[in-house]
Design a protein around this ligand. Structure first.
Ligand SMILES: Cc1cc2nc3c(=O)[nH]c(=O)nc-3n(C[C@H](O)[C@H](O)[C@H](O)COP(=O)(O)OP(=O)(O)OC[C@H]3O[C@@H](n4cnc5c(N)ncnc54)[C@H](O)[C@@H]3O)c2cc1C
Length: 402
């Protein structure tokens, strides 16, 4: 079979950013196809993958506007009241909370929602839209771009569109197919994520602890549990991934310094090699890269998905403005504008995140001294703390004043 289907836009990758982009472009009045290699069940009912996504105010507002937020059960949305950063055993924490006198108005810093539930909600909403065609179980074989169309070939036929979007993750095959290179920063560490139930309450506080030899984050989730995010060299993570449950629980209590009392593993364990990626270009003829395919962030600043949503919005804004002026929405002028704006929005955050991650994963004495000093100086600077709080919350200038 070699049927050709025509759409305004074809998106490769039905992850959270690809689906969000589909919804944004549908709202702009375009017909959209989303091509995903997972089968329909794994796509619509995405399984727990360990990630708890800290959503900013801006991300929540967008998900509400797109009709996605209402698909997320309220019982699994965990408000984040405070974020603490600690280094070594000195225990001089840097505390960010939404209510600090120099900070933004009251309210949570953000919300934690598990990645698979965000994915399910996005899918559920996309499935209700007549303008969006969801194509599961499709593996792209080739992508060809010519003067006025992009053509995706797969085993079941071809998709022709005015614009193709690569949203297929940080090791994006689409990026490679288009001949676009990427800066890949390999931190030579692996992150393990899982849920631990515990006896002591977490009070909706997230902890990021740069300890000697390990980095630990404890993120509050509902139901008397926290998400453990542990960063270690690959061999140590491999051992922990296979450790028996009792030995695992005991080691984690020890590693987190008994902060939350007795702890019990209550989920599957998931490991992610720490590699950040930044594409050399975000566009090629008739092609835009978004999400991790364009900017694959180190998770330490919890901004990958939030920036992915920004990319989907920026691209939609440029496409809509081209449509309203009768311009070719997949043409090079539109793509250039998208690329300029999205690079400006992401490059500083990408560089800063890599800097922080490097500083905090090296254990040589100068690095230890520098980070301890860094936290003390930062804590003594209310304007700095307000600026970081505002960035974490991303409420936008209007709301921040209100
Ligand atoms: C441990 C961890 C914690 C994180 N915490 C946060 C956080 O707190 N806040 C935050 O904002 N971000 C966070 N992130 C980052 C966030 O998870 C990612 O930025 C986000 O998932 C990227 O979405 P995406 O749709 O671009 O890519 P992906 O989620 O990688 O989805 C890509 C999709 O494309 C599909 N695909 C791949 N290749 C093909 C192909 N050839 N054809 C068809 N389909 C294909 C895949 O099956 C997948 O469905 C975290 C990441 C990790 C690892």
């Amino acid at each position: 079979m070699n049927t050709v289907s025509d759409y305004d836009v074809a998106i490769i990758g039905g992850g959270p950013v690809g689906l969000a982009a589909a919804l944004c472009l549908d709202e702009a009045g375009l017909s959209v196809a989303v091509v995903e290699r997972a089968d329909e069940t794994r796509w619509s009912q995405a399984a727990f993958d360990g990630r708890e996504i800290a959503l900013t105010w801006h991300a929540r507002a967008l998900l509400e506007r797109l009709g996605v937020w209402s698909h997320i059960p309220e019982s699994i949305i965990c408000p984040l009241r405070e974020a603490r950063v600690e280094t070594g055993r000195a225990n001089h924490p840097l505390v960010f909370d939404a209510d600090q006198p120099h900070g933004s108005p009251t309210g949570p810093l953000g919300w934690l929602v598990s990645n698979n539930m965000i994915r399910r909600a996005l899918y559920a909403e996309a499935a209700t839209r007549p303008g969006i065609t969801l194509l599961p179980d499709v593996t792209v074989e080739t992508l060809r771009q010519d003067g006025d169309a992009a053509v995706i070939r797969h085993a079941g036929g071809r998709l022709r569109s005015r614009l193709a979007i690569g949203a297929d993750g940080r090791f994006s095959p689409t990026r490679r197919r288009a001949g676009i290179g990427a800066v890949i920063h390999d931190f030579r560490r692996v992150i393990m994520v899982c849920r631990m139930a515990h006896d002591a309450p977490h009070h909706n506080v997230a902890l990021q602890w740069f300890d000697e030899g390990q980095t630990v984050a404890l993120l509050p989730v509902n139901g008397g549990a926290s998400s453990l995010v542990l960063t270690l060299p690959a061999d140590e993570i491999d051992r922990l991934m296979h450790a028996g449950q009792d030995a695992f629980n005991a080691e984690i209590v020890e590693r987190v310094g008994g902060r939350l009392g007795a702890m019990r593993l209550v989920s599957t364990r998931h490991a992610y090699p720490l590699k950040a990626a930044y594409a050399h270009r975000f566009t090629a003829p008739r092609l835009a890269l978004i999400g991790d395919a364009a900017v694959g962030m180190h998770p330490i600043t919890a901004h990958g998905f939030n920036l992915g949503l920004r990319g989907a919005e920026t691209l939609t804004k440029e496409v809509s403005s081209a449509l309203s002026q009768g311009e070719d929405f997949g043409g090079s002028a539109v793509l250039r504008r998208f690329e300029r704006h999205h690079r400006a929005a992401t490059a500083p955050m990408f560089a800063a995140t890599n800097g922080i991650a490097t500083l905090y994963t090296h254990d040589a004495a100068p690095f230890r001294a520098l980070r301890s000093l860094g936290l003390r100086v930062a804590d003594a600077l209310p304007p700095f703390k307000s600026a970081v709080t505002a960035m974490l919350m991303d409420r936008g200038p209007k709301q921040a004043q209100g």
